[in-house]
Every structure is written in C-alpha cells, then in structure tokens.
Design a protein around this ligand. Structure first.
Ligand SMILES: Nc1nc2c(ncn2[C@@H]2O[C@H](COP(=O)(O)OP(=O)(O)O)[C@@H](O)[C@H]2O)c(=O)[nH]1
Ligand SMILES: [Mg+2]
Length: 312
C-alpha cells in the first residue's frame, strides 16, 4: 500500500479501468489504442495540452522502441506522465517541503475560500509538531470570525502557538505580529492563513503584497514560501484559480486538497505541467493525518501500477 492509495482510489478506479480497456487484449499500438489512452487522460482532468504532450511522447517512444508487451506500454505511459511532473521532484526524491535552515521558515498560505487553507495549515502544524518542530500560526484571515476560531482549534489540537487579533483586524498587521513573535520565541516554522477573496483582483494583489512586505521587513526573505491551496475536486476551476493567483502574487508551491473525493486526480499533473510550480502537499481527507508530502512516483503508482497490467 502506497501513502496515497486510500485517497486516490477514485482516480485510480476511473483511470485504471479506462487504461486497461484501452490496452488489454491489443497486440499492436494503433490509433485506437492511443485514442483510448488519450480519453483516459482527459477524463482524469489532466487538461488537453498536457494530455497531448503525453500522447506525443508515447507515440515517439512507440515508434522508436517498438513496444512488445502490455507491461512495456504501461511503463511508457507512466514515464511520460512522470515527465510532466519533473518540476515537482528531483531524481533523488521529493522536494524538501520545509527549509529548517531558515528560522523562522515563513510560509504564507493563499487560495480562495473553501479550498482547504485553514485545514491544510492545521495538518501541516500537526506534521511539524510530530517532527519536534515549533510552529506559530498567524490568523490573517480576519474576514470572518469563524476563520480565526477554526485556526485556534487547530493550534490547540496540534500544540502550535497562534497570533490573532480577531475579526476585521488588518491582515498585514496580524502577519507582522506573527513573524515578530516567532523571531522573539525562536520558532521554527510560521504558517500564515489568509483570506482569499478573489472578487477583485487588484484588491487581492494589493492585500497579498502588503502582507508579504510586512513579513519581509521583520525577516529578510520572508515569506520563504507562498503556498497556493487548490481544491482538486473542482477540476478546471482549479486551473483558473491557479492562473488568477499566479497573476496576483509569486506562487512558489502548491497544495492540492480533496483528492479523496474525486476521480479527477489528474488535475495535479496538468497544473504542475502548466504552471511549472511544484506540488508539495496533497490533501486526501479531512483528518489530521490526511495531508501527505507529495512524491511523484508514489503518486503515479497510486493512479496505476504496472504490475496490475497482466500480459496474456
Ligand atoms: N475530503 C476532504 N475535505 C477537505 C480536505 N481539505 C479540506 N477539506 C474540507 O474542506 C472544507 C473547507 O476547508 P477550510 O480549511 O475551512 O477552507 P479555507 O476556507 O480555504 O480555509 C472543510 O470542511 C474541510 O474539512 C481534503 O483533503 N479532503
Ligand atoms: Mg480558512
């Protein structure tokens, strides 16, 4: 069992059954097989452009290598999908999710309402506390009172500190206090929650810029990471959100949530390919342990495993 298997079950079932249908019982790769693979990729919400790149790659390889078995074809499909995720990993393994050489290591978390920002912060705080790291949360989503309360509950649950000023407070002021307090206490990691109101791009850009700037005044280089949270179950909408946020601020990493509730987990692959920003975390449930550090090989294995494809 891989670390993503439980959460990616729906995507696996959908993709794998389509892929199997496409290639099982076939003795040669023809247009029909390629069309069927293409359909499986599109249905997983990988996006048309990324799908076409994968298909082109498969065609090239098939022409060059002349595949002889289904297993080999499955391997080729897998390789080509993996190459779309190159920015998310090095050959040595997953990208390091945190840089503890910076203290505090400041992560600003952005994304539209409801995608899972606060939950992801809570899960990250728990993950870090379990590694023995000290964590400070900043309640800079001051738009709704419930947002601050929700973050407070996660702070308590995970054993993280929290800085808050309550609803209506200036988010930049909260962010400033949070980083300052973390410096004073010698905290390892700062996680700043924000409100992602996307209704007005100029406002969003101004607000995010202001929050960034005040943190950078306390700790040069902060925020070290701007983590965009996307709801993976919203399919193409996640692409639109990524595009809007990329215009408003420099995004350095992605967290894709709610992959447990969708058969369209291919969205992760399409987004990485399109925006060239690494996915560092995926959310596969509402529980505290349902956030995983992204690893492209594990991820692909959870969508389909070549061993499941049997030659006749
Ligand atoms: N199934 C599932 N639900 C999630 C996941 N991440 C967050 N949620 C749920 O999504 C809802 C909104 O999350 P929240 O953190 O409040 O979103 P925010 O508005 O961006 O801060 C909550 O009910 C969370 O429990 C996930 O990975 N899987
Ligand atoms: Mg929130």
């Amino acid at each position: 069992m891989g670390i993503f298997d439980k959460g990616m079950k729906k995507t696996k079932d959908g993709f794998f059954s389509r892929l199997s249908k496409a290639i099982l019982g076939k003795s040669a790769i023809d247009e029909d097989v390629l069309d069927a693979i293409e359909e499986a990729l599109i249905a997983s919400d990988m996006g048309v452009d990324t799908t076409m790149k994968v298909i082109d790659g498969i065609e090239d390889r098939v022409h060059r290598d002349k595949y002889t078995s289904l297993k080999e074809l499955a391997d080729i499909v897998k390789d080509e999908i993996l190459s779309m995720l190159d920015v998310s990993d090095s050959e040595a393994g997953p990208v390091e999710p945190f840089d503890f050489s910076k203290k505090p290591y400041v992560i600003m978390v952005v994304g539209v309402n409801g995608v899972g920002k606060t939950t992801t912060i809570g899960k990250l705080a728990s993950m870090l506390r379990a590694q023995g790291k000290s964590v400070m949360l900043g309640a800079a989503d001051t738009f709704r009172a419930a947002a601050v309360d929700q973050l407070s509950i996660w702070a308590e649950r995970s054993g993280a500190d929290i800085v808050k000023q309550g609803m209506g407070a200036d988010p930049a002021s909260v962010a400033f206090d949070t980083v300052k307090s973390a410096v004073a206490k010698g905290t390892d990691v700062v996680l700043v929650d924000t409100a992602g109101r996307l209704h007005n791009k100029i406002n969003l850009m101004n607000e995010l810029t202001k929050i960034r700037n005040v943190m950078g005044k306390v700790v040069p280089g902060a925020p070290h990471e701007v983590l965009l949270v996307l709801d993976g179950s919203t399919g193409q909408n996640a692409y639109v959100q990524a595009q809007e946020f990329a215009k408003a601020t420099d995004i350095t990493a992605l967290a894709v949530t709610k992959l447990d509730g969708t058969a369209k987990g291919g969205v992760v692959i399409g987004i990485v390919d399109r925006f060239k920003v690494p996915v560092k975390f995926v959310g596969i449930g509402e529980g505290v342990d349902d956030l995983k550090v992204f690893d492209k090989r594990e991820f692909i294995n959870s969508i389909f495993s070549v061993d499941d494809i049997k030659d006749k």
